[in-house]
Design a protein around this ligand. Structure first.
Ligand SMILES: C[S@@+](CC[C@H](N)C(=O)[O-])C[C@H]1O[C@@H](n2cnc3c(N)ncnc32)[C@H](O)[C@@H]1O
Length: 243
C-alpha cells in the first residue's frame, strides 16, 4: 500500500480515502502562517516585493517568509558585513539579507534576468535598502569570476539560490570569494527527498548531489543539510562554514 494514502472504513458502506500528503502540506502551510503572524515576520516592504514581483510576471519561487527571516537571522548571527547572493529574482531574500547588515555593510546579488533585476532594485529601494545593495546582471558564474578577478574582499555570508544545474560551479567560485568563517547557505538541495535517490536522472537532482559530494570531499568546509517543510513544500538547505 502506498503509505501516503490512508483508507478509512465506516459502518456505512462508504470508503473515504485521505491523501495524507495533501493533509501534511496543509498543516505545513498552517504552521508557516501561524509563525509568520505570531512573530510579525511579514511587513509592507516584503509583501509589496511579492505583489510587485507577481504583477511583473516573475515566478513564485522566492524563499518563504519564515525562510527569509531565517536568512536574516543567520546573517546577523554570523556578524556579516559583506553578503553575496546568487539568484536575486524580485529581491525578496535580498531584503531579508540586507536587513542583517550594518549601515556600512554591502550585499552583492547576482541575477541573470534584466527584468528580475529591475523589479528587485525597485523593491529594495522601497524597502530603504537600495544604498546597501548592488544588483549585478549577467550569468552568475561570470559575475563571480569578475568579483574574484577584482580581488573583492571576501564575503562573510553567501546565499546560493539560482539555477541548480550550476550549484557545483557556484560552490567552487564561492569558495574563491570566502575566508575561514564564511557561512554558505544553499537552497533547494533536498528536492522532495529525491536527493537521496542515486539513480535519479533529473538534472537538478544530479547537480545538487554533485554539489553535496564536492562539499563532502572538500577539507575547506564543514557542512550539513537540514530538511524543511512549509508553504514551499518539502525541500531543504545546505549549511556550510569555511574552516
Ligand atoms: C529561486 S530564484 C531566486 C529567489 C530569491 N533568492 C528569493 O528567494 O527571493 C532563482 C533566480 O536565479 C536566476 N538565475 C537563473 N539562472 C541564473 C544564472 N545562470 N545566473 C544568475 N542568475 C540566474 C533566475 O532568473 C531567478 O531569478
Amino acid at each position: 500500500m502506498n503509505p501516503r494514502f490512508h483508507f478509512q472504513f465506516f459502518s456505512s458502506p462508504c470508503v473515504v480515502i485521505w491523501n495524507t500528503e495533501r493533509m501534511d502540506d496543509d498543516r505545513w502551510t498552517e504552521v508557516d502562517e501561524y509563525v509568520a503572524e505570531l512573530l510579525s515576520l511579514d511587513d509592507a516592504a516584503l509583501s509589496s516585493a511579492l505583489t510587485d514581483s507577481d504583477s511583473a510576471g516573475l515566478p513564485h519561487i522566492a524563499v518563504s517568509t519564515t525562510q527569509g527571516k531565517m536568512l536574516e537571522l543567520l546573517a546577523r548571527m554570523s556578524g556579516s558585513r559583506r553578503i553575496l547572493e546568487i539568484g536575486t529574482l524580485g529581491g525578496y531574500s535580498a531584503i531579508s539579507l540586507a536587513r542583517a547588515l550594518p549601515g556600512d555593510g554591502r550585499l552583492v546579488t547576482l541575477e541573470l534576468s534584466d527584468k528580475h533585476a529591475g523589479v528587485a532594485r525597485a523593491n529594495l529601494e522601497r524597502a530603504g535598502l537600495g544604498d546597501l545593495v548592488d544588483v549585478r546582471v549577467g550569468p552568475a558564474a561570470e559575475s563571480l569570476r569578475s568579483l574574484a578577478a577584482a580581488h573583492e574582499e571576501p564575503f562573510d555570508f553567501i546565499f546560493i539560490d539560482a539555477n541548480k544545474n550550476q550549484y557545483p560551479e557556484y560552490l567552487e567560485l564561492s569558495l574563491d570569494l570566502s575566508r575561514p568563517g564564511t557561512v554558505i547557505v544553499a537552497d533547494n538541495v533536498v528536492r522532495d527527498g529525491e536527493v537521496a535517490n542515486a539513480a535519479s536522472t533529473d538534472e537538478n537532482v544530479r547537480a545538487v548531489r554533485d554539489f553535496l559530494e564536492l562539499t563532502a570531499r572538500d577539507p575547506r568546509v564543514s557542512a550539513t543539510v537540514i530538511q524543511t517543510v512549509g508553504t514551499k513544500g518539502y525541500d531543504g538547505f545546505a549549511l556550510l562554514i569555511v574552516q
